[in-house]
Design a protein around this ligand. Structure first.
Ligand code: SF4
Ligand code: SF4
Ligand code: FES
Length: 237
């Protein structure tokens, strides 16, 4: 079969799926398919990508019902029968076609205090983090997050309660809580300890199953629960 039958979400709010036929190629990715449609069949199709090599996190979409990074998702793996349905990421407002509005996703990183707060000045020596320390090892995989939103789009709790901070923001917060150079540990724990923070996670594991970088936000969230409990017992929060 040399042609793919592709169904793509078009429009914003009131949209519908539209069908396209796309030539099939060896090693073709889902992003290649979307790009073919935009370049050769309908120039008005909106979508987002940048690096095409799994680094920028901008190309995530829903492919046959599952959130994926499309630049590293091969058609042969997800659509062996040649049928693909492509939609924007779930759990986010829609801008148009395949472009989700990521503002709420990144606003929650800020709410979870997802930025490093330095304690050293430019006159201090470089702070060192020992690669074999327990704190560093605990976040070895978690620091590889590319902010793609796949976990957020796959999380049932985000769907149920839109104020939930979500797996990516909480994973980021945990990497900073484990960083001895950071100066906002207690503020960050306070930011993630509320009803919409780490305790809202129901450990469904969809985030860990779907993350393209093999990160387990569930483990980071469990780590945050432990750190929040310890801080409460010590009377720090
Ligand atoms: S483990 Fe928690 S954060 Fe991850 S998908 Fe499930 S409820 Fe969401
Ligand atoms: S944790 Fe994984 S799925 Fe979630 S934003 Fe980061 S890289 Fe993407
Ligand atoms: S285009 Fe950058 S991760 Fe896919």
């Amino acid at each position: 079969m040399n042609v793919l039958q592709v169904s793509v979400w078009r429009g914003a709010g009131e949209g519908a799926y539209q069908s396209y036929e796309v030539p099939r190629h060896e090693s073709q990715t889902v992003l290649d398919v979307v790009t073919h449609i935009q370049r050769h069949l309908d120039a008005t199709l909106s979508y987002r990508f940048a690096c095409r090599v799994g680094m920028c996190g901008s190309c995530a979409m829903t492919v046959n019902g599952i959130a994926r990074w499309t630049c590293r998702t091969h058609v042969s793996k997800v659509a062996p029968d040649g049928r693909i349905e492509i939609a924007p990421l779930a759990n986010l407002p829609l801008v148009k076609d395949l472009v989700a509005d990521m503002r709420s996703f990144f606003d929650k990183w800020a709410t979870a205090r997802g930025s490093f707060v330095p304690t050293a000045t430019r006159r201090d020596k470089f702070a060192t983090v020992k690669p074999d320390s327990a704190e560093r090892k605990a976040i070895d995989v978690a620091i590889e997050c590319i902010g793609c939103g796949v976990c957020y789009s796959s999380c049932d709790v985000v769907a149920w309660r839109p104020d939930y901070l979500g797996p990516a923001a909480l994973n980021r917060a945990y990497t900073l809580v484990q960083d001895g150079r950071d100066g906002a540990r207690l503020e960050r724990l306070a930011a993630v300890a509320g009803d919409a923070g780490c305790h809202a996670c129901h450990t469904h594991m969809s985030c860990a199953e779907r993350c393209p970088k093999k990160i387990a936000p569930t483990a980071s969230i469990a780590g945050l629960k432990r750190e929040v409990s310890r801080a409460l017992l010590k009377g720090e929060l």
